[in-house]
Ligand binder design. Structure first.
Ligand code: FES
Length: 122
């Protein structure tokens, strides 16, 4: 079980949703099912539209972050991951600050997901 709080300037207020245990969905899938307006396009870890910042409420814990080469590459292109963060992910399983919502699976932990969103949308 996990509480996921979504926060964005495009939303009137933060929204916390409860992701069911065993739900192997991505952050983007959970957001879509709760009508959270995280921008997305390819849904395949290539375009970078779904960039989100993920804060873990227990920063001491280590997590196998499952950062794929593809996600790493896109985050690098966007300038949203540092060399240290890559190393920390690879060596210590520590998650970087930014993730691609379509590539990041929800796990059994509470997180805060922040995104800019598209302010041109109604
Ligand atoms: Fe394109 Fe996630 S929607 S990278």
């Amino acid at each position: 079980m996990a509480n996921i709080t979504f926060s964005s300037p495009v939303m009137a207020r933060d929204v916390t949703v409860y992701a069911v245990a065993g739900d192997r969905g991505t952050i983007l899938a959970v957001a879509k099912s709760h009508k959270i307006p995280i921008p997305f396009d390819c849904q395949d870890g290539e375009c970078g539209s779904c960039l989100v910042q993920v804060e873990h409420f227990n920063p001491q814990a280590k997590y196998a972050v499952a950062l794929t080469e593809k996600e790493k590459e896109v985050l690098k292109q966007l300038g949203k991951i540092t060399k240290d963060e890559i190393q920390n992910a690879e060596v210590n399983d520590m998650p970087p600050r930014y993730r691609l919502a379509c590539q990041c699976f929800v796990r059994n932990e509470d997180i805060l997901v922040s995104f800019e969103g598209d302010k041109t949308l109604p």
